[in-house]
Every structure is written in C-alpha cells, then in structure tokens.
Design a protein around this ligand. Sequence first.
Ligand SMILES: Cc1ncc(COP(=O)(O)O)c(C=O)c1O
Length: 458
Amino acid sequence: MAFRTIIEPFRIHSVEPLRMTTEGERRAAIADVGLNLFGLHATDVLIDLLTDSGTGAMSRDQWAAIQHGDESYAGSPSWYVFLDAVRELFPFRHVIPTHQGRAAEKILFTAIGGPGKVVPNNAHFDTTRANVEFTGAEAVDLPIPEALVPSLEHPFKGNMDVDALERLLTERGGDAVPAVFVTVTNNSGGGQPVSLANLRAVREVCSAFGVPLFLDACRFAENAWFIREREPEQSDRTVADIVREMASLADGMTMSAKKDPIANIGGWLALDDDDLADRCRSLLVLTEGFPTYGGLAGRDLEAIAQGLHEAVGHEYLRYRIRSTAYLGDALVHAGVPIVLPTGGHAVYIDARELLPHIPPLQYPGQALAVALYETGGVRGCEIGTVMFGRQPDGSEQPAAMDLVRLAIPRRTYTQSHIDYVIEVCAAVAERRSELHGLRMTFEPPALRHFTARFEPIR
Ligand SMILES: Cc1ncc(COP(=O)(O)O)c(C=O)c1O
C-alpha cells in the first residue's frame, strides 16, 4: 500500500449534532444520577463510548433496505432475506429471530439450564451469565491464564483454557453440561479474539464428551479478521470463509445483531438440534413473536441482512480494527495502562493498575469512568467489580480485573473525536492521585451495574 494512513472507508451522508457541556454541568449531571453513567441523559454526553451495541451508523444501503421491509405477520419476504443472509455465514438448520442477544440467551438457557447444570464459557458476558444463573445453573469462566494479565501480549487472548474445560467435563460429567459456550470476540476479557486452532480444540473436547458447542457470536467478523491477520495459514482466506468454518465447528449460536451486523436492534438463536429448536420456538412465541419475525419488524430483518453483507467486507474490517488500535496505541504512548493487545471493538483501560490507591471493593473502574465523564464528557463503561463482584451466594468479591471499556461504535466517530478522547484520558491519568474510591448506596438484585448508585469516599 502506498500510504500509511487508513482512512474511514465511507464519507458522511447525514450528521447528528453533539451538545457541548461545561465541566460544572457534567459534575452536576452525574451527581444527580448517583454517579452511574447509565443514568445520564445521552444528550449530556459528548463522545459516547458506553457501548458498541446498537450504536453504529447504518449505511445508505441499510436505510434503503429498510424501505423494503415487509410487515406481514407470517412468512414475510423480509424474513427470507434475513434467513438467507444468516445462513450464508452460519448455515445452521434452525434460525430463531429475537429482539436482541439476551432474548436468545433467555430462551436457550430456559430450555437447557436449571439447577445442577453448569455452563462453561471462555468468559460470560454479563447478560449471558445472568441468564444462566437465573435458571439456577452455574456459569463458569475458563479463559486461558494469559487473559487475566492485562499487560501481557498474546495474539489470541480470548482463547478458552482447553485443559480446564476437559477437567471440568471429567469432574462434573457431560450430562451436567448442557452446552459449552465460546464468546467471539471475548467482550468481558478485553475484546480479544479466539483462534481457529482453539475453537477446533474445544470442538474436539466437546465431541469427546458428547456436549454441544455454542458460539456467542456477536463479534464474529472482528474475530475472523484477527484470525486472518494473526493465525498461520489463514491470511489468504476471506473473512466470510473463516466465519463459515467457525460456524461449522459449533452446534449453534446466540447472536446480538447490534454488534457486527451494524443494526440498531436484533438478534437470533441458531442451532442444528431439531428437538431443542422446537422447544425454543415454543418459548419464542410466548415473549418474542411468531417464528418468522421473532421480536423484530420486517424492516429490522432487512437492515440486519444488509449489515451482515457489509460486516465481512475487508476494507471495512481493516479500518475498524486499525482505528480501535489507533486509540489503544495512543493511550499506551500517553502512559495509560490498557489491556494488551488492543481488542477489536474497544480499548480497555486497566483501572486497577492506573489507580492502585483505590482498592477493588471501592470500585476503581467506576471512579475512573466517572472522572472521564466529568473531565471531558466521554462516557465509558466499568467492566469490573461493579459488574461482576456480587457472587451467587450473596458475597462480594473483587472481579478478576477492574477495567473501563471505551467501546467504539461502528462507523460513528471520526479520528478527531478519538484524538479528543485520547487527550481526556491523558488529562485524567495525570491527576490520578486525586481520584477517590466509591461506596455503593443502592444495589438492585440483578445486573446491578445498570442501576446502582454511588457516593465518593473522601
Ligand atoms: C458478548 C456478548 N454477548 C451477549 C450480549 C447481549 O446482547 P444484547 O445486548 O443484544 O442483548 C452482548 C452485548 O453487549 C455481548 O457483548
């Protein structure tokens, strides 16, 4: 390539204004909502890196596809457009559309979970863990040990610990494990990819114990791009081809279309098992809808189908992964510790390392996220002890890591927005010793990070 700069492979077609606020206004706004960034009015946020979920910019062709949406209750042509696009990449026998990823999780775990069952995963995402535990089953994370050392470089830090999986299956027996899950890329562990070699090894163990393997496939395209870039003998393959191999190793998948398919809403459950699919469809009609639309409008099905075609484009993925690394590289340069290497959809600041004076049970990740907002209007998300600290037995323990995730919405912000974020992070890091720990003053019974309230410990 003649030039080093990787530009956004699109130009801007319609724009949304950003509202500027002062530091004083932001301090008042966040104090008002108990120092919980989920409680803010989005218009009080300048650069919103809370999540990459449903926040991407749809393309001209997705908006055009929406106009083709057919809202027939049953058998809509939009359903078949969606089905073909999903099956092109994930050729499972049954595809069950849902309004988002957690609805697919809820349906699947209602069907296969329950007391006495255990579900291993390289790392459960919060909603996945909550849906497993809600049925009385146990959710066990089995990341490779390297995944728990933020500063350690590893090309596939999302890999599952295959020996630990084998041990768990031997100890608990295959009957206690209704499914093994692999999350690609691993969101809770830094947006890190899983290699094909690891997926193949997990598949072998699952087959030996007769246990189905499911993918939590939200970021399948970003994961496949990393495989193409980093795994020996994969660089000549298309991303679509790698995705099909990933799917061929699994018996099913749960999916949030709000991530790699660049839709604002949607998801699905796909699987090969006819009997399980029937049970899941019976649950689907109770809460989501008829099996040819699930929880979605025909126009959403069209947007997702078009987004799936765009998600595996190489120019798009090169820009996507490189622009996330641009933020990661700059933070390292500014002396801000992050999970290395930079993940696919987000940069994860290591708050425990940055703020060693704040103990994990005083929530260094939350304290840092609040400071980034107050200082520059940048909204990130704590992924640490607030999110994962409450144990099923009621005790509270430090999470494996205390991170602040800066998730990059797809095709939404430009390089100058990211340059601004870098400045804000560097400014907060500079006055790190002034940051205080937090105390939780309200805690809901489940998924506490969404609505908990905090006060500073001075
Ligand atoms: C890895 C992973 N699994 C599942 C989900 C849940 O998807 P949704 O938000 O569409 O319910 C998410 C959402 O962030 C995720 O990142």
